[in-house]
Write a protein that binds this ligand. Sequence first.
Ligand code: NAD
Ligand code: 6OD
Length: 484
Amino acid sequence: MKSIQNYIDGNFVRGKQDFADVNPADGSVIAHVSEADQYLVDAAVRAARKALRGGWGRLTVRERAARLLKVADAIESRFDCFVAAEVADTGKPITLASRLDVPRAAANFRVFADLIKTTGLESFQSETPDGNTALNYAVRKPLGVVGIITPWNLPLLLLTWKVAPALACGNTVVVKPSEETPATATLLAETMQQAGIPSGVYNVVHGFGPNSAGEFLTQHPDVNAVTFTGESQTGGAIMKSVAASLKPVSFELGGKNAAIVFADCDFDDAVAGISDAVFLNSGQICLCMERVYVQRPIFDRFVEALARKSQDLRIGSPMENTTNFGPLISSAHREKVLSYYRLAREEGATAVFGGGIPQLDGPLAQGFYVQPTIYTGLAESARCVKEEIFGPVCHIAPFDTDEEAINMANDTKYGLAASIWTTSLKRGHHVAQQMNVGITWVNCWFLRDLRTPFGGAGLSGIGREGGIHSLNFYSELNNICVRL
Ligand code: NAD
Ligand code: 6OD
């Protein structure tokens, strides 16, 4: 049986106890993972501090960027290993891991290597009281040791989205990947060695949240900042845990995103786009659209077309090239999603498609699959319309006017993403600008330019990452004012 260990100061290290890494496609145990206790988390933070003083933070920007490009090359050189590890941990289709997760990991390192070399800082020439001038310019310094805590849905993509800019800015890191998906963070450790990243710059501790590696890391007095992606409630717990030490935090949290489909949309394009936005990664992407509002003249035709399109979802082994719909991450998460399927029925929904567990044979019968599901008929106040389910499910409701659609879409405590479908450029801009979210797509979804701000409003997050926003979070700026 494979063993997955912590990675501290350039060494793979066992903890005192193990937990199981389960393949969600068939429920089999694929590895034993070594849990980091307080002692190992301390050791990881000490190693990161030593590496910071040892020179990573003092390398020239050009040298650091060159090393990050080597990490990107090393990920690409082990592309198949990364894909296999991600598929086994998450159950996502191999085609998805190959086109999204692993290429984005390499891209994250390339983009931030480029950005740190090319992004300047503002400078101001100002007047002094005696009529002379002063020159102000800022310099970027690392924050120090950054604690990075990530979820299971896009494990490598979301981890590297934080590791790459943190390292680009000269910080050292201790990462705590999700207990559900420990493999690729550990493989990345080997890749860091291959790319010549000095020991202690990248450390991995495995374990859970409360009273385990996650909490030990956030509470650690020698961690200078915490960046977290996961559930909104967990963000709240982490905020309490860092409050006394006033560590800066960056939070990318949950969502209950809305798509608005206008009658003037390109119909086939909108059906295909919404199908992706609801079902990609079995709906386990924070940006997925669990609420779909469709303008009344095309409502019935749209619901019917989306249900028909859902028949193209091929449930099966994630290792098959023809599979485009995998299991949920765990038995517990499947129970949560199924509890919402039951609740939807109790709340009066009509299941236009799915609503249960698919019949599967062989090993997949032990996997954590649910059917892709489309509901109609719920009140806007229903819990299934208000709460994040994080599964392959949406509720479709009709609307009449632009204003009504905007109000319904914005009627949520979350504020991560929205997606608008219309052929009217004017309407697209107008509606997009009124969405209370961090990202609005028009006639597309999950199209990313890594230089743009990414994050959420309300319960969906604190701060923005991406491009200059990441560089600013992972740096301490020192403004220098020189009287000339
Ligand atoms: P989660 O919050 O349960 O866990 C995320 C990570 O936090 C895991 O590594 C976990 O071990 C750790 N953790 C849990 N409790 C902790 C604590 N008290 N202290 C420190 N660490 C703790 O989230 P999840 O179930 O892994 O992921 C799904 C959630 O993540 C969904 O809500 C989804 O919307 C959200 N998400 C958001 C984004 C985004 O960019 N906004 C991206 C992906 C996922
Ligand atoms: O694309 C990204 O950079 C990003 N952070 C995506 C988040 C997806 C949520 O599951």
